[in-house]
Design a protein around this ligand. Structure first.
Ligand SMILES: [Zn+2]
Length: 207
């Protein structure tokens, strides 16, 4: 497994291309907004895109999902955020960005294991940033979207956000084990081992 990271867009979102070199196939986690940027990168790497997995519906992560779908790539997202893709509640208007709505091909829920591009991808529901946010675990890698960041966590003041849910979700991720590397939706990579001790959530009171 090889991971390529591309950072793009007005909010510097991270797109991850997760490649199974044995099959020359990949899955994309959070395509961002720029379709041709990601497609060209996949072409350059000579890999076929078999799925687009979204951590949540916000435009900076999911802005090019409709274009991927049109190109024949199936779209996966957590149940509650699937609704947001359909009705366009993606924060795009708040940031003056266009958004092409879509009906995702598949919804995922806690405990699902997807087999795509020969990779086993485990779904972990991590509500808090949005109610339908999910984290994807592949081997010892966690793709945490806007739930867990290096040293901090995603905003909980957007529609369907919840600070108490965020606390629960972070606890869940910290319990995954110290061997996990974290690939967040924005910013630098980190590890569960580091975040369990140093994350900002630890400095809020425990109620
Ligand atoms: Zn977001």
């Amino acid at each position: 497994m090889k991971i390529e990271k591309i950072t793009s867009g007005i909010l510097d979102v991270n797109t991850y291309i997760i490649i199974n070199e044995d099959k020359s196939e990949c899955v994309i986690i959070d395509g961002g907004e720029d379709f041709s940027l990601i497609i060209n990168k996949a072409k350059e790497l000579n890999v076929k895109i078999v799925a687009l997995l979204l951590s949540h519906a916000h435009f900076d992560h999911a802005g090019n999902a409709a274009e991927f779908q049109k190109a024949g790539v199936p779209i996966y997202i957590g149940e509650k955020d699937a609704e947001k893709l359909k009705n366009g509640e993606t924060l795009s208007s708040d940031f003056g960005r266009p958004f092409n709505t879509l009906s995702p091909d598949f919804t995922v829920k806690d405990g699902d294991v997807l087999n795509l591009a020969g990779l086993n991808i485990k779904v972990i529901e991590t509500a808090g940033h949005t109610d339908g946010s999910v984290t994807y675990a592949i081997d010892n890698c966690l793709f945490s979207g806007d739930t867990l960041f290096f040293g901090s966590f995603g905003r909980t003041d957007f529609p369907t956000g919840s600070f108490s849910e965020m606390k629960k979700s972070l606890k869940k991720l910290f319990a995954m084990g110290d061997g996990f590397i974290v690939f967040p939706g924005h910013g630098e990579n980190t590890t569960v081992k580091f975040e369990r001790i140093n994350n900002q959530i630890n400095f809020y009171d425990q109620n």
